[in-house]
Design a binder for this molecule. Structure first.
Ligand code: ADP
Ligand code: MG
Length: 363
């Protein structure tokens, strides 16, 4: 059983509403065929069934695909991921010069917070992995040029990005940085180029330029989601970034205590400022409660309860998720294996958040 043979079978499956086969419709992606093993494990076929709006026929078509494959190759295990791609908004808009690399990026979402240490990077990294696990094409740019944490959190410290030369020899020759791929996500961070102590002495304009390079001079290729992990605060870097980039919106991260919420509100107001006016997609409450790993049913609201809900209510945006304070999340960050890689209760919290985000962005 080869990939070509499976594609041949799939091209006999006709979409009932469109009268065209699903391969010609471009619905089949990332087809993976694993033949029967010598130990007798059954052959496996995996692919994504991709649409741009929810397809009411999807369940029927998935069944048709499974039947067709198993009729031809009895005993084959078939798994089909159904995926609704976000509409590629920026594609239809002419992007300004210098932003060409974002042409095939569907949604660009900033993960922000007025305050440091609330878990922006943790949420951004785990959310990226959760989205990738759902089948989306995901990139994450670490915009915290003063304190990049993505390399450590993803176990990619010391990785050296390749350089890609586009239009070589032509007048518009450009050098682009290749992102580092791990856990199904494309990562980019200033941490791959400079030691943290170097970055710390940068003045505003240099930091701004470095940051823009981390987003604009990267060969992202086609992405469904590009997340931007912002540094804490509401300074020049934020203003320049959110003003100049084709952001879809921002995801705000906070912890429940009042001191955090006060700073977060400043961040909310930055995005809502009339000159910036970017959408706030929703709020994530991190460290919402403490759960001991050996007593997963217990919830201790050590930083208070209901603060984020109140803030979300005040401005009328949704609270998209509540992530518990769990030792495993901190350990995962320090060890370079994001918690959402392995699933479990913590993984579920991030998968839940990812689903809500996809839903909300699509509105
Ligand atoms: N839900 C959580 N449970 C346990 N530890 C967490 C959680 N969220 C973040 N942390 C830890 O808190 C510290 C700060 O998180 P980080 O994501 O770097 O914050 P920020 O990017 O907002 O500065 C890290 O050590 C991280 O592992
Ligand atoms: Mg951070």
């Amino acid at each position: 059983m080869t990939k070509e043979e499976v594609l041949q079978v799939l091209s006999q499956v006709i979409h009932p509403a469109k009268g065209i086969d699903i391969v010609d419709l471009g619905r089949v992606e990332d087809l993976d065929v694993v033949p029967e093993s010598s130990k007798g494990d059954p052959a496996k076929v995996r692919f994504k069934y991709v649409t741009f709006t929810p397809d009411p026929m999807a369940a029927q078509i998935k069944q048709d695909c499974t039947d067709a494959i198993q009729a031809q190759f009895p005993g084959t295990k078939v798994s089909i991921i159904e995926l609704v791609r976000p509409k590629d908004a920026p594609k239809s808009v002419k992007l300004p010069e210098g932003q060409e690399e974002l042409e095939n990026v569907g949604k660009m979402i900033a993960v922000a917070s007025g305050k440091g240490g609330v878990g922006k990077s943790t949420v951004a990294v785990n959310l990226a992995v959760a989205l990738a696990n759902m089948g989306y094409r995901v990139g994450l740019a670490d915009a915290d040029v003063y304190g990049p944490s993505v390399p450590k959190m993803t176990g990619t410290e010391g990785a050296q990005p390749d350089v890609y030369v586009s239009n070589e020899g032509k007048s518009d020759q450009k050098e682009l940085i290749m992102p580092i791929e791990k856990y199904g996500v494309k990562w980019m961070s200033i941490g791959y180029f400079a030691k943290p102590e170097q970055a710390l002495i940068w003045r505003g304009p240099m930091a701004c330029n470095a940051l823009k390079q981390m987003i604009l001079q990267v060969r992202w290729d086609a992405l469904d989601y590009l997340l931007i992990d912002l540094p804490p605060g509401t300074g020049d870097i934020h203003i320049s970034l959110v003003q100049d980039m084709p952001l879809t919106g921002a995801l705000i991260v906070s912890t429940p205590q009042d001191v955090a919420l006060a700073d977060v509100e400043k961040s909310v107001n930055l995005f809502r400022n009339e000159h910036i006016n970017k959408r706030i997609i929703g709020l994530v409450e991190n460290m919402a409660y403490f759960t001991p790993e050996d007593l997963p049913d217990r919830k201790y609201y050590i930083f208070g309860k209901g603060g984020c809900e109140k803030l979300a209510g005040k401005y009328g945006f949704p609270l998209l998720g509540q992530i518990p304070l769990v030792q495993g999340i901190r350990e995962g960050g320090d060890e370079g294996v994001p918690s959402s890689v392995s699933g479990g209760i913590i993984g579920d919290a991030f998968t839940d958040l990812a689903k809500k985000l996809v839903e909300e962005v699509g509105k």
